[in-house]
Design a protein. Structure first.
Length: 488
């Protein structure tokens, strides 16, 4: 029997967290019909993933939302360590760096996850997209032509591809029978909550307060940018592995009174609270036919180091242009490079987060957390034709740096759904007829020699990585044809 289909779309995205919202917005600006569904009745309300790393800010610049993100957030505050009621040493958890032409967004940005999602949702709606809330997926079936998803209300959606962005307890992953391989990072339970405190509460908003030696377990209390009073994120660990965190408002207030300088009456409101045990796990595969996993559905991180949300956003950024290309006629094998490229990245970042979480002494968090060094040099999609390069030379597979050579801002040249053929310095013309390339798919830009690139020809992918590089443009059309780029 053929199942009746209520809705048809090109891409069905399950889960309207940061991953799903970025994917939906990126597809929308490419003109790809996509339906984003969310089991809950609204967007996630808490601060959980509260830090955006520099590479993620570059993604959000490309999507046209970084100004709004910066307006809604702030720089990370200085840490202040407490022993009981006595303040102690102050230090910066994040190594601070000065912005440069090549790295304009040099430091992490503090913004509650809920606010990030609101900005992304507004951008999605500007682009003509929407979220179908209250749509809990109950099952799916796929065939050679597409996927049929069934929902709690009995409706169905038929799509050519489905992306699971439905979190660590992914229904889609469970329906597919894809296992998660990992471990418990720390058996001690944790509580995280957003707490509004009174104006007379004796903790300044200028610091991220930490009680590492609290008798019942460590407490961190971080001020959050808010226009509704003094709001802090509470993260509390329980020394007793058998403890059950009390997430009620009274329980949160009691914990703060027992372990910090606050009294219960200083807690004006508990806006959101949840409990968890830190885990690190990765799906055994990121693709099953016409279904792809992204974000927490594909990898679960300890919150240490602020890597989970950032890695998830970049999953979506890697996947969106590839889905759009395949739907436009590129070889379906292009989708294989999503798993090939993102699985090693996720595995490496899981290791970093776990190491930071398990450290017995405070870890100053540096360059590896900024995610600017992530690249795809070994990808099947990478073409490096030059030889005898210096060790520190920019190579195919690397992030394409920003800059203003010849008065052209490179991030603005790259911005949008297109590829960019960037010629840097005086390069001999190979006579390959590049003027025949479709400028709607590939933008051609020529700039003077620039230190970050040297000289040569660089084909920058839609996600801001160098896909191909050469001393001249000889061979670039062959690469574009292999990648299935329209107009090659």
């Amino acid at each position: 029997m053929v199942m009746a289909t209520d809705t048809d779309t090109e891409v069905l995205i399950v889960g309207a967290g940061p991953t799903g919202l970025v994917l939906a917005a990126d597809l929308a600006r490419r003109g790809v019909p996509a339906l984003l569904v969310e089991r809950a009745e609204g967007l996630f309300p808490g601060s959980r993933g509260k830090g955006l790393q520099p590479r993620t800010q570059e993604v959000l610049y490309d999507l046209g939302v970084l100004d709004a993100i910066h307006a809604a957030g702030t720089e990370y505050p200085t840490m202040r360590v407490w022993e009981g009621d006595e303040p102690g040493a102050e230090w910066d958890m994040m190594e601070r760096a000065e912005p440069t032409e090549q790295v304009p967004f040099a430091n992490g940005w503090l913004i509650p996850q809920a606010r990030t999602q609101e900005v992304l949702y507004a951008r999605l709606r500007e682009l003509g997209g929407e979220v179908r809330f209250g749509a809990g997926l109950t099952g799916l079936a796929q065939d050679a032509a597409g996927v049929t998803a069934t929902f709690e209300d009995g409706s169905t959606v038929r799509a050519r591809y489905l992306v699971a962005a439905d979190g660590g307890r992914s229904t889609v992953r469970r329906e597919l029978g894809i296992g998660m391989t990992g471990e418990t990072v720390d058996p001690k339970p944790m509580l995280v909550a957003d707490v509004r405190i009174t104006d007379d509460a004796p903790l300044p908003d200028t610091h991220w307060h930490v009680w590492p030696k609290a008798e019942e377990g460590m407490v961190a209390f971080c001020p959050l940018p808010s226009d509704t009073g003094r709001v802090f994120q509470l993260a509390a660990q329980y020394a007793d592995e058998s403890a059950t965190p009390d997430t009620s408002p009274a329980g949160v207030a009691e914990l703060l009174a027992a372990r910090t300088v606050l009294r219960e009456e200083h807690v004006a409101e508990v806006l959101w609270a949840s409990d968890f045990r830190a885990r690190a796990a990765m799906a055994d595969r990121f693709r099953d036919g016409r279904v792809l996993l992204a974000g927490d559905a594909a990898h679960i991180h300890s919150p240490a180091g602020g890597q989970g949300l950032n890695t998830s956003v970049q999953d979506a950024y890697n996947l969106a242009w590839k889905l759009a290309a395949v739907l436009a006629g590129a070889p379906e094998s292009l989708l294989d490079t999503y798993e090939e490229e993102r699985m090693p990245v996720a595995a490496g970042i899981l290791g970093i987060s776990t190491r930071i979480h398990r450290s017995e002494t405070p870890v100053k968090r540096g360059g590896e957390l900024r995610q600017l060094g992530i690249g795809y040099r070994e990808s099947a999609l990478t073409g490096e034709t030059r030889t005898d390069l210096a060790e520190d030379a920019l190579r195919a597979g690397d992030r394409a740096p920003d800059g203003h050579p010849g008065g052209i801002r490179l991030f603005d040249a790259f911005r949008g759904p297109h590829w960019t053929l960037l010629t840097v310095g005086a390069v001999a013309s190979p006579g390959t007829g590049l003027l025949s390339l479709d400028e709607t798919a590939i933008r051609t830009v020529t700039v003077p020699a620039y230190e970050a690139y040297g000289t040569g020809v660089f084909l920058v992918r839609p996600d801001g990585y160098v896909g191909w590089a050469g001393d001249t443009a000889e061979g670039v059309e062959k690469y574009l044809a292999r990648a299935g780029v329209v107009g090659a």
